[in-house]
Design a protein around this ligand. Structure first.
Ligand code: AGP
Length: 611
């Protein structure tokens, strides 16, 4: 996902923009660039990391109090210097940076070429700035109007910032389907894809809405929509704190976020559970309590790790609320013409709140009349603005591309939702709920105990860091945990890993088992424990190497597995949270031992805002 930073005010723009781009590196990118304006327009851009851009510009003129910067995650046009942003108009008067996709760029490009425009890059972004130039040439409109007219011709998603040599005191920003935050300072404004580049300068922010354009000068901000109607800016105060964006002494954001889970799960539950009364309160969906009482189907849409959380949610909601749940990949759901009615509730799960496929799935379900709940982590992101209601996970900023604390927070919210719906439907007794909530209240302490196994997990990681394949097996809610463990390992260590229902082995995958295939079992004491033991024996009989996540004190599995990692005993409902912790640590240590870029794995972005 691309990153955008803009600044206008009394400070030197270059250092502020570069620092902001570093804060956005977690989003994943392949090139970076900056445009500065102080009378003359200067653009420095190249493929590679932000630090390489800094070296490239070390001996150049980087003065100026207005500028913008961009980290590019390639969509149209390979990663290269010429495809990096910012891009300029044909007459080099205008410049633009862009996050998103202009879907009708090919048609627009053809028309512009027929008007004599010559393009320097393969990007859709360059087409947009040439379109603005062409509109100005044809209509003599000023830049503000030309931008608005051009955006009315654009199909697709964008978060853009535009500058003009002729107007060195103005930034123009606009968004549709891609995130953009405006920081409000004293005689200065900041623009960014999220709050992380802004938070150290101001807590006062405006989340630009879709189809809005912001015309920004040092001491003036005007927001209009694409129909030229003035909009009143809504200034919010950020809850984010700067130290939440720092590594806090950890080697990687991912490790910091793994260790933050006792706190993030506690924050996620704060104000929502009352164990003594056997009460769950979810203010974000309480107006739908009546609908939930009579609900007869829930559909969960998500991608990646969030989809795995949805699978855990299916087990929990069906177990406690006795409501049928279907879990769908958002990318499949949106193109399948699904059967949805106004009786359905669709739950969209997304850490970033910006995933394009999940957003499209929401729009489709909404069109068909469903009620949409969101489970998101980033406050003010796009998905919470699309849904009818929702529950924030409150896990705090998750910088590492591999999702960890967001996953366990999502599962925590789904656990609360399962109990909440069960409460509405009367499918759970008060005494049972008191018992479960009392235990759930202790889960952050049990997660702390899971983290104490870190040293032993590192030793296991040292033995398997060179493996080329790995299988993760689990049953019941241990199956989505197996999927999540496999995804963690493959996305940060580049080892091919697969998650499977343990019982599924005999239908084919068992052919893969030999002495070179490490098999990780979720073998905790739960309703399918005995069956998993049989599966472990099947693997051992074929010389497979077994690593087992076991309930502390388990001696049976310890006898047969080659390695075991203990987690505290807990009600089966809470095992997915606990069993995931060692898998996160195992993936992390293997990736570090392999010298991989743990926080920014190759080819990946923190949020996939394109299709
Ligand atoms: C998980 O580790 C990955 N980074 C990825 O699968 C992620 O979960 C997926 O892209 C969905 O992102 P979202 O939760 O922000 O929608």
């Amino acid at each position: 996902m691309c990153g955008i930073v803009g600044y206008i005010g009394h400070r030197e723009a270059w250092p502020l923009i570069i620092k902001g781009l570093h804060r956005l590196e977690y989003r994943g990118y392949d090139s970076a660039g900056v445009a500065l304006l102080n009378g003359n327009l200067r653009i420095y851009k190249k493929a590679g990391k932000v630090s390489e851009l800094e070296n490239f510009a070390a001996d150049k003129d980087v003065s100026g109090h207005i500028g913008m910067g961009h980290t590019r995650w390639a969509t149209h046009g390979a990663p290269s210097d010429r495809n990096s942003h910012p891009h300029t108009s044909g007459d080099d008067r205008l410049t633009i940076i862009h996050n998103g996709i202009i879907e009708n760029y090919a048609t627009l490009k053809e028309e512009l070429i027929s008007e004599g425009h010559v393009f320097k890059s393969d990007t859709d972004t360059e087409v947009l700035i040439h379109l603005i130039e062409e509109i100005q040439k044809k209509t003599q409109l000023d830049l503000r109007e030309a931008v608005r007219v051009a955006l009315n011709e654009v199909v697709g998603a964008y978060a853009i910032v535009i500058m003009s040599k002729d107007e060195p005191d103005q930034l123009i920003a606009a968004r549709k389907g891609s995130p953009m935050v405006i920081g409000v300072g004293k005689d200065e404004y900041f623009i960014a894809s999220d709050a992380s580049p802004i938070i150290e300068y101001t807590k006062n922010v405006i989340y630009l809405n879709d189809n809005e354009i912001a015309y920004i000068k040092r001491d003036e901000l005007l927001i209009k929509n694409l129909d030229n109607v003035v909009k009143t800016p809504y200034v919010q105060e950020l809850e984010l704190k700067l130290e939440m964006l720092e590594k806090g002494g950890y080697d990687h954001f991912m490790l910091k976020e793994i260790y933050e889970q006792p706190r993030s799960i506690k924050d996620c539950m704060r104000g929502r559970i009352y164990p003594d009364e056997g009460l769950v309160q979810l203010g974000g969906i309480k107006e739908y309590a009546e609908k939930l009482k009579n609900i007869d189907r829930i559909i969960i849409v998500a991608c990646g790790t969030s989809w795995h959380a949805g699978l855990v949610g299916e087990y929990l909601i069906e177990e406690f609320a006795r409501v049928p749940v279907e879990v769908e990949y958002a990318s499949e759901f949106r193109y399948r013409n699904p059967i949805i009615t106004e009786k359905d509730i669709v739950i969209a799960i997304s850490q970033s709140g910006e995933t394009a496929d999940t957003m499209a799935a929401i729009e489709l379900a909404k069109e068909k009349g469903a009620t949409i709940f969101g489970i998101c982590n980033v406050v003010g992101s796009s998905i919470p603005r699309l849904t009818h209601a929702g529950v924030y996970t409150h896990a705090g900023p998750e910088i590492g591309v591999a999702s960890t604390k967001a996953f366990t927070a999502q599962v925590t919210v789904l656990t609360l939702m399962a109990f909440y719906i069960a409460q509405q439907k009367g499918t759970i007794s008060q005494s049972k709920l008191i018992g479960l909530l009392s235990e759930l209240d202790q889960i952050p302490n049990l997660v702390e105990k899971c983290l104490e196994a870190n040293a032993g997990i590192l030793k296991i990681a040292e033995k398997f860091k060179d493996t080329t394949n790995c299988l993760f097996l689990g049953r019941g809610s241990g199956f989505p945990v197996a999927l999540e463990g496999a995804l963690k390992l493959k996305e940060i260590s580049y080892i091919h890993a697969e998650g499977y229902p343990a019982a599924e082995m005999k239908h084919g995958p068992i052919a893969l088992i030999d002495a070179d295939m490490p098999v990780i079992f979720i073998a905790t004491k739960n309703s399918s424990y005995e069956k998993v033991i049989s599966n472990i024996q099947e693997v051992k009989a074929r010389k497979g190497v077994v690593i087992a996540i076991v309930t502390e004190g388990d001696v049976v599995v310890k006898e047969m597995a080659d390695y075991t990692i203990e987690i505290p005993d807990a009600d089966e409902a809470f095992l997915p949270i606990l069993a995931t912790i060692p898998l996160q640590l195992l993936a992390y240590h293997i990736a570090v031992l392999r010298g991989c870029n743990v926080d920014q794995p190759r080819n990946l972005a923190k949020s996939v805002t394109v299709e």
